[in-house]
Structure formats: C-alpha cells, structure tokens
Design a protein around this ligand. Structure first.
Ligand code: SF4
Ligand code: SF4
Length: 440
C-alpha cells in the first residue's frame, strides 16, 4: 500500500484508516453538530462511508461535509482509531476544489474567514480605526446579508500593539536570553514560540505571559517568523492555503527544528494543527520533526519543570474563582484536565470544570450566519454550567471558545497561562512583563 502522505493532499489512499470502521455509531453519538442540525448526517457518513462511496465512481462529495465544524470530537470518540478528521479534511478539500464555485457566496465568505490573518494584519496597522468601524451596525448588516458572516457576534478587538511588535521593541531573542540567564546557572535553553494569529493581533497578554513565565524558569524564548496554523483553512476545505501557510512556518522554524528546540503554542487548536492535521495531509520537509516537538506551553513546563510544585507553594495576594471549559482540541491532546489540576492546589484559587460539552463556535463555524443558531444551541449546556458554577470569570485555552463563553454569558474569560504567570509573580506591570528572579 502506498504511503498516503506520498500522494497529493485530498487524493490519498485512506483505505487502511477506513477499513477498521465497524459501524458502531459512537462517533455519531459524540457529534455536537449532528445533535442540533437534523440535516447533518454525522461523522460516520462524512468519514469512512463517504470515502468509500467516492472511490472508483463519479459520485461527488456530499455538500453536507461543509457543515462539519471540525471540532474533532469524533476523532477522540472512535474506538477503532479511524482517522475521521483526516477523512473529513480530505473530503472538504475535494469538495471545495472540485465542486464549489470559487465565486459563490459561501466560497468567498469561507475564503475570507479562512484567511482571516491577512485582513487582521491590515487592520492591526490601524487598530483604533479598525475597532471603531468593526462593529458598525451598517457594516455588520452588510457582512451578514452580503457574505453570510453573522451580525449576532461582536468582532474581536484589535490590540493597540501586536505581540510581535511588543517583542521586537523589548529586544527580541537577545533580550530574552539576557533575562533568562538571571534565572539559569548555565546557558539558558532555547524554546521557540508559535504565537498564532489571535495572540499576535488580539490577546497579546497571552504571549507576554508566556515569555515572562518561560524566562522565570530560565528559558530563552525565540519567536521565529511564522504564518497561520492552518486551523481555519482546514475547517473551510482550503488545503492549498493551509499548505502554503505551513511551508512558510516550516521555513521560519527551520533553525529551531534543526536545533531540536521545543516548539510552544498557547492555543490548543494551533497545537492540534501543527501536531496532527498538517502531518496527516502534507508531506513537507521538517513537518514530522516540528509536529513531534510541539508542546502546549503549560504542558512543557509541567513535564520538564517543577511548575506544579511552584504553583502549590505560591501565595497570591487575591483570591480568584474561575469556571473552566476544556476546548475540544485540548481534549484530543490529553490536556482537558491540565489547567484545573495545575491550579487545584493554589491557595485562594478555585476552578470549576463546567463539563465536557463543546462550546459550539469551533473557530469559523459559529461565525457563519447559517450556523449561528446551531452554534448557540451546542453551547447552551456550557453556558448553563457556567452560570450555575461559582464565580463569573471564564478560563480556557482556546480563543474562539473564549469568544463563545463571553458571548453566551457576558463573563470575562482568561487564559490559563496568564493566570499561572500572575500566580507565580511574573505578571504584567506597566504594560510589559517584569521578570521575577527565581528564588531557590
Ligand atoms: S466510531 Fe469509529 S468504528 Fe464506530 S462508526 Fe464511527 S468511525 Fe466507525
Ligand atoms: S469534527 Fe465535530 S462536527 Fe465534524 S463530524 Fe466530527 S464531531 Fe461532528
């Protein structure tokens, strides 16, 4: 059997993955979209069944594949390890390439959502103007009616300075090495940060917290040139775009890959794309090395450093109470309990896990006007659990889950890295993380 990765994306022989399916239906029972959208046939059909149906015949990919949110819950549910998300990504790519008119309204809308990074890079040059016009009612109405991007959500706020700009102003890798050296007896080990689009343009504090945290553990941070993780591209069947972006990231991380430096992410969908989705679809130089060396930023410190002990010994000045939602992509990477377990022994910090339901937004899915209602229906159990749990501050690793949590409850939502950095005293001061030297 030819290695599927030696074949062009979307044209691989996935039979070895589909054959173990014994039609148990567990994946269908786990699918949040099938639960609320009666027109969606579910992951078993979208995966192994559709793959078989479209082999050796002129049968088209069913258009319903575009209603899969790419939450990947079915991947984790399958007892036979059928590579459902690989099958779905492949089918979506085939549908968009071969069957969808490039000038249709959904295709134009999906191209814009998938390539959000390009629009964000432009808007971030004029953040105050972008923020002033982004939620203009007339503009949002036109986006809804003209493009099918729901007007029922607020567009995310642009930071007045991007993470990369802050990083360069602070002195980049040289300054990080200097700061790390204060907390390290030898040459500081190097880590490479994949910050992703959302941290760069919107939640800059997450990247600052990561840098401060790692320097406090004696690591020198580098921030190589990088592109989009590809997450919104996979979800919209734009495999060529995802491949192009990943080629750029691989080029930017070439030195980090060659040096074997750990590659850190602060978004669980970014890490899922780097670890699993890209290697499942593309055969590019360095792709497996990057995938094999990618870590969630807290996961790396938890495994390699005494993060848990230091948190347990911390005595934060203020008490805090959080309601935590584990993103679906965190679950698939075994990270669903991480934030709760890390913060469990911190004096004065209370974290309640609001259960294993999907938030419903799944990146770009909940931004599509035709799926907005489904997205909110999927998120309803999470909203209810949040509102009945103690505390009114959310906690999650995924920026779009955070968006949905805020949208459904009105709560502010924080990132575990920011909370951990604050608890350990490498918190934000005067707009830049000050590094607390390690004691003992
Ligand atoms: S859970 Fe796995 S084995 Fe069961 S029907 Fe779905 S793909 Fe097939
Ligand atoms: S990825 Fe999510 S939405 Fe898509 S089929 Fe699987 S469970 Fe359903």
């Amino acid at each position: 059997m030819t290695d599927p990765r030696e074949q062009p994306p979307g044209n691989r022989d996935l039979r070895p993955g589909t054959d173990p399916c014994y039609k148990c239906g567990t994946c269908d029972a786990s699918c949040p979209v099938a639960d609320v959208d009666e027109d969606f046939p579910g992951p078993k059909f979208q995966g192994p069944e559709q793959w078989r149906l479209t082999r050796g015949s002129d049968r088209d990919v069913d258009p319903s594949i575009m209603a899969c949110s790419n939450c990947m819950r079915c991947d984790g549910a399958c007892p036979a390890s059928v590579p459902l998300s690989q099958l779905h990504n492949t089918a979506r790519g085939q549908y968009v390439t071969n069957q969808q008119s490039a000038f249709s309204r959904p295709a134009i809308r999906n191209r814009l959502l998938a390539n959000y990074r390009r629009g964000a890079a432009l808007a971030a040059r004029f953040p105050r103007l972008a923020n002033a016009v982004a939620n203009n009612r007339l503009l949002r109405w036109a986006m809804d009616r003209g493009l099918g991007i729901t007007a029922d959500r607020e567009l995310p706020t642009f930071a007045t300075q991007t993470f990369r700009s802050w990083w360069e102003d602070r002195g980049g890798a040289d300054a990080s090495r200097e700061r790390a050296a204060r907390n390290c007896e030898d040459d500081p080990p190097v880590v490479a940060y994949f910050h992703g689009c959302y941290t760069n343009y919107h939640t800059v504090e997450v990247g600052k917290a990561l840098v401060g945290l790692y320097e406090s553990f004696g690591y020198a941070v580098t921030v190589p040139p990088q592109a989009c993780s590809g997450t919104p591209m996979f979800a919209n069947g734009r495999l060529d775009d995802a491949k192009r972006e990943h080629e750029r990231t691989l080029a930017g991380f070439r030195d980090a890959i060659a040096d074997g430096a750990p590659i850190l992410t602060s978004c669980t969908s970014c890490s899922m794309a780097l670890r699993q989705e890209h290697p499942e679809l593309f055969d590019l130089a360095g792709i497996d090395e990057l995938a094999g060396n990618t870590w969630d930023a807290l996961e790396y410190l938890r495994v390699h450093e005494d993060l848990a002990d230091r948190l347990a010994a911390a005595t934060p000045e203020e008490s805090s109470t959080y309601v935590y939602h584990a993103p679906c992509h965190a679950r698939n990477q075994g990270l669903a309990r991480q934030a709760r377990e890390l913060l469990a022994d911190v004096s004065g910090v209370t974290v309640t896990d609001v259960g294993d339901s999907c938030s419903g937004i799944s990146g770009t899915y909940g931004w599509k006007a035709e799926h907005y209602g489904h997205s909110m229906a999927i998120g309803e159990p999470m909203f209810e659990h949040m509102e009945t749990a103690p505390g009114d501050t959310g906690l999650t690793e995924c920026p779009t889950c955070a968006m949905q949590m805020e949208h459904g409850t009105g709560y502010e939502v924080e990132h575990p890295i920011v909370v951990v950095a604050d608890v350990l005293g490498c918190g934000l001061a005067d707009g830049a993380y000050e590094i607390t030297e390690r004691s003992g």
